[in-house]
Design a protein around this ligand. Structure first.
Ligand code: HEC
Length: 133
């Protein structure tokens, strides 16, 4: 009887101890987490800052090349005078820029670039029309 009680006590004590150990482990994780994510966010921001502003070519490669390299859906091909000349003559650089921002026919607004500013769009157009104007 006494031994059984002791064993029961020991089991209960062990169980409590391990549950506690578990909880404090979770606690620790919870306390570490915010510090970890702040650190990661900081690193990402530092990375972005270190890479500096993107060039028109970078923006073009990331957001516009898929259509404008091969001329998919009638997209004016990059640095192709025959494709760009008439558009620039008719609308000017500002005109095609405005159309790129708001979208035109199969050309999605902003070239569907989620992280491009209007200046980025102009930089990409500068690259696409290099040597054409
Ligand atoms: C999904 C394919 C697609 C992507 C991606 C795309 N374009 Fe286009 N773009 C087109 C097509 C198609 C046209 C021709 C539209 C027309 O005039 O019918 C076009 C036309 C244009 C024009 C000429 C507009 C005019 O008024 O003549 C500009 C400028 C332009 N795109 C800029 C961009 C830039 C900058 C990017 C990247 C940020 C981009 N495009 C990404 C398909 C695309």
């Amino acid at each position: 009887m006494k031994i059984k009680q002791l064993v029961t006590l020991a089991v209960v004590a062990l169980t409590l101890f391990s549950v506690q150990a578990f909880e404090s482990n979770d606690d620790l994780k919870a306390r570490i987490q915010p510090v970890g994510s702040v650190h990661i966010a900081g690193a990402a921001a530092a990375g972005a800052a270190a890479s500096g502003p993107r060039s028109g070519e970078d923006i073009y490669k990331g957001a516009c090349a898929a259509c404008h390299t091969s001329g998919v859906l009638g997209a004016p091909k990059t640095q192709n005078a025959g494709d760009w000349g008439p558009r620039l003559a008719e609308k000017g650089k500002k005109g095609v820029w405005r159309n790129a921002i708001k979208g035109i026919n199969a050309m999605p607004p902003m070239g569907a670039c989620g992280n491009c500013s209007e200046d980025d769009i102009m930089a990409a157009i500068d690259f696409m029309t290099e040597g054409v104007e």
